[in-house]
Design a protein around this ligand. Structure first.
Ligand SMILES: [Zn+2]
Length: 487
């Protein structure tokens, strides 16, 4: 049945901000205009409200949703040990992964985000069931999701420049976490199982980063992505320590190494890209690859400032992401858009500052390129992923200020109705597709269980702390060009 959204202020990056109607049939927008009618349609009265495309979160890790507030004042490489890989770790079983993904999805949908790229890590022992559980969560709640199976075959310590410090010999040994064949067989089966199952869901591949994968695994992954015509998301230059790693392993330029592997293209998105050098920017632009900027997470981990204004000027596709909840905490894209607009003012002259319209454009347009989906606009032929916000409470003022008001003062509290793939999934500010209370109850139990293992993880972390602190100090002193800090 059709839905007609009547009389709202229509906001997207391409159209004048004016009153109009939106007609949805199936999962698509079929008409945008004045006085649109459809016999028997569900009518949503949007008079006095803002109707805009749903926001796109182009990088997170749903397995971290139960780790909000995990750590503070820890730089990235140390955080990696505590949050993701250290001590007893957090071996989330398939049901845990389902609940964790639900928790993130509830937060995103109720703050106006309709689409997500989730780099999801599951245990190799239950890879199939873990991936299926997360896909099922997005299917049940009705969110558009590209879920990248995240994997690596090398130990975390292979990805940091231990040669710069006096590290224990045991850390320098190369340890394979899983065999390339085993990972790729499971990954291929995952793509096959989910490729045509649900139009809102896209299975993708997510090799963790080029430094955490053997050359064999990374290049075979690229081959599989192309063979299956699917998509890839990975991490790129997310900490300063990756610059000396690139010099040691890739002859200096990680981006050119990726290019040599055939890993760049509009089907590939790379999270962070903080330490991209000036001469790597044109390579990214030409290949039409996407950089996903995660300004909140980057600040929390003190990882650096990505050269987003320079990327934007060079016409590199830039999307926005919250990153996982153990580093970026909230999954609220209003917070991410505000931070993306403000952060670069610290490192750039005013003529290069980004504004609220840039944040919205990166979120919608960059997000649509990263997802490979026809989303992010109010226009016929685009997917019916929309967010309706009430006005008059927090947002008062002339319509010329609307983008500024949304990016700088909205936190998602005005979100009233959310439609994803033509289905109403949030009504009156509440997710309607699942029993939120029950999920939150189960999430509390899961969180308590995971946090009970924290003392053990902290103990393992403390053993490594001197090495990590030595690394931070040494890398911090590296005389890298200032242009890696701004742009
Ligand atoms: Zn990430």
């Amino acid at each position: 049945m059709a839905i007609v959204i009547k009389g709202g202020y229509l906001l997207d990056a391409e159209r004048p901000f004016a009153v109009g109607d939106v007609v949805i049939e199936g999962d698509e927008i079929v008409e945008v205009g004045e006085s649109a009618e459809r016999a028997g349609a569900t009518i949503l009265d949007a008079r006095g409200k803002i109707v805009m495309p749903g926001l796109v979160n182009a990088h997170t890790h749903s397995n971290q949703a139960i780790e909000k507030g995990l750590c503070d004042r820890l730089p990235l490489d140390s955080w990696m040990i505590l949050a993701s890989y250290g001590g007893a770790g957090t071996r989330l079983e398939p049901r845990d992964l389902y609940i964790s993904a639900m928790l993130g999805a509830i937060e995103m949908l109720s703050t106006g985000t309709t689409s997500v790229i989730d780099c999801m890590r599951t245990d190799i022992a239950w890879f199939d069931e873990g991936m299926d559980a997360v896909m099922q969560a997005y299917s049940d709640i009705g969110m558009r999701a590209n879920v990248a199976a995240q994997f690596a075959d090398l130990d975390f310590f292979s990805s940091i420049p231990l040669s710069l410090i006096e590290a224990p010999a045991a850390l320098r040994e190369e340890r394979r976490r899983a065999s390339v064949g085993d990972i790729l067989t499971r990954a291929e089966n995952y793509i096959d199982r989910w490729s045509l199952k649900n139009p809102r869901l896209t299975p993708m591949l997510g090799p963790s980063s080029v430094a955490r994968c053997s050359r064999e695994l990374y290049s075979e992954t690229i081959r599989l992505v192309k063979h299956k015509k699917t998509r890839l998301q990975s991490h790129l230059l997310s900490a300063k320590s990756q610059v000396p790693v690139a010099e040691e392993l890739f002859g200096g330029s990680t981006v050119r190494y990726l290019e040599s592997l055939g890993a760049l293209g509009p089907w590939a998105s790379y999270a962070h890209g903080i330490w991209i050098a000036d001469d790597e920017i044109p390579v990214l632009a030409e290949s039409e690859s996407v950089i996903v900027h995660n300004p909140v997470s980057n600040q929390k981990l003190g990882a650096g400032i990505a050269p987003v204004p320079a990327l934007d000027r060079a016409h590199v596709n830039v999307a926005l992401g919250s990153d996982g909840a153990s580093s970026g905490d909230s999954q609220n894209m209003f917070e991410v858009m505000k931070s993306a607009a403000l952060l670069h003012r610290i490192a750039n002259p005013p003529e290069h500052w980004l504004g609220s319209a840039d944040s919205l454009r990166m979120c919608w347009h960059g997000g649509s390129v990263a997802m490979g989906a026809q989303i992010g606009r109010l226009s016929p032929g685009y997917k019916a992923d929309l967010t309706i916000l009430k006005t008059g409470e927090l947002m008062v003022g002339p319509k010329e200020q609307t983008m500024n008001a949304l990016v700088y003062s909205e936190v998602g509290r005005s979100v009233e109705t959310v439609i994803a793939g033509g289905q109403i999934v949030v009504d009156g500010g509440k997710v309607t597709t699942v029993d939120v209370g029950k999920i939150l109850e189960e999430a509390q139990d899961l969180t308590a269980r995971i946090w009970a293992g924290l003392p053990e993880r902290l103990q393992a972390f403390e053993k490594l702390r001197p090495v990590l602190e030595d690394l931070e100090r040494t890398v911090g002193r590296l005389p890298l060009a200032f242009n890696r800090l701004c742009g």
